[in-house]
Design a binder for this molecule. Structure first.
Ligand code: PBG
Length: 338
């Protein structure tokens, strides 16, 4: 009678995959992708006032912060080695209007935050969004005329907002409003205003996703939004369209590309990196954060482990970095501080 162990050995022979997995040291030796603190961009929410730390119910562990509090948080992020933060303002309702005109105020909340961060913590990068949703009374990313989010008029305003953000010290403008032609127009506007060194991270492929819910609570647009954003965000069904959309951004002068949301769209990360070779980032958005937190808080999953696993998977999928609300937690873990 034939020995079963011998049989397996005949079949697998030299193809025993488990040899490289047998010990911690072999696993470390063959690890293909690695997450480091240099991969992390930390999105933060800013509110008016001083000494404010306001928890966001749908994002346990994430607070809206006034600029003074945020400065200290950003300092801690820089000390941990996090390369950059991305800021999102929650401005008072009285300042929001049909056209998002407050985006064009030199000293609005987002620009005040940038000024404070650049002054207090000059060695951390500041990335700012120019979408109009924090500033509009209807929660859309652009100017609403009747039923339509008007493209070209929005782009003109966004270009002006970008110049003001650059003046305040923003290092990278990341336009998320998905209007056509915005990357080229912002590049032109920045260059003409003398901001050749301010970079552009295109939210090249932003999908019309259910994952943005908690963010809308964070900046208080959840009760405002009329209709949906399907006429300007990409249909989750469309990968090839996303690559075509990103191609325009590359031609128009994007320095970096971003995919948003992250985890359900790893194929897009891979495709963009393969197609263009630009620095490519994923935004692990609010809903992704909240899902992991909810599972962990219920005791159903190991939240820390899943946090690190998902971040690593972005690297495997070709991303150069990740915007994540976990940035500080992950940085601490990587530093062996938790
Ligand atoms: C809109 C914007 C969104 C996010 C950031 N800016 C999406 C939206 O509200 O439609 C989502 C970020 C997140 O969910 O973490 N310009």
């Amino acid at each position: 009678m034939q020995d079963k162990t011998h049989l397996v050995d005949e079949i697998t022979g030299h193809r025993r995959m488990r040899r490289n997995r047998k010990a911690d040291w072999t696993r470390r030796l063959v690890q293909e992708s690695r997450l480091t603190v240099d991969d992390l961009i930390w999105p933060i929410f800013i509110v008016p006032g001083t000494n404010v730390r306001d928890p966001i119910p749908a994002m346990p562990g994430v607070d809206r912060m006034s600029v003074d509090v945020a400065v200290e948080a950003v300092r801690e992020a820089a000390d941990l080695g996090i390369p950059a933060v991305a800021t999102f303002p929650n401005i008072s309702m009285e300042l929001r209007d049909e056209t998002g005109s407050h985006a064009l105020e030199t000293d609005n909340l987002i620009n005040a935050a940038t000024r404070a961060f650049k002054k207090a913590v000059p060695n951390i990068g500041v990335i700012t969004d120019v979408a109009l949703d924090p500033f509009t009374s209807h929660g859309h990313d652009g100017i609403l005329r009747g039923e339509e989010i008007v493209n070209d008029e929005t782009v003109e305003q966004v270009v002006q907002a970008a110049i003001l953000q650059a003046e305040a010290g923003s290092d990278i403008i990341a336009p998320s409003e998905m209007m056509d032609g915005r990357i080229g127009a912002i590049r032109k506007g920045l260059d003409a205003a003398g901001f050749q060194n301010v970079g552009l991270m295109a939210y090249a492929t932003k999908f019309s996703s259910a994952c943005y819910g908690p963010y809308r609570e964070a900046i208080s647009t959840d009760g405002l939004l009329k209709g949906d954003k399907k006429s300007y965000y990409i249909d989750p069904a469309n990968g090839t369209e996303a690559v075509r959309d990103a191609a325009h951004d590359v031609e128009e002068g994007a320095d970096m590309l971003m995919v948003k949301p992250g985890l359900p769209y790893l194929d897009i990360c891979w495709r963009l990196k393969e197609a263009f070779g630009l620095p490519t980032f994923a935004y692990q958005v609010s809903g992704e954060y909240s899902m992991i937190k909810a599972g962990a808080l219920n005791g159903w999953i190991d939240g820390d482990r899943l946090m690190m696993e998902t971040l690593l998977c972005f690297k495997r999928a070709g991303c150069d970095g990740i915007l994540t609300y976990f940035a500080v937690d992950a940085a601490r873990k990587l530093a062996g501080k938790t």
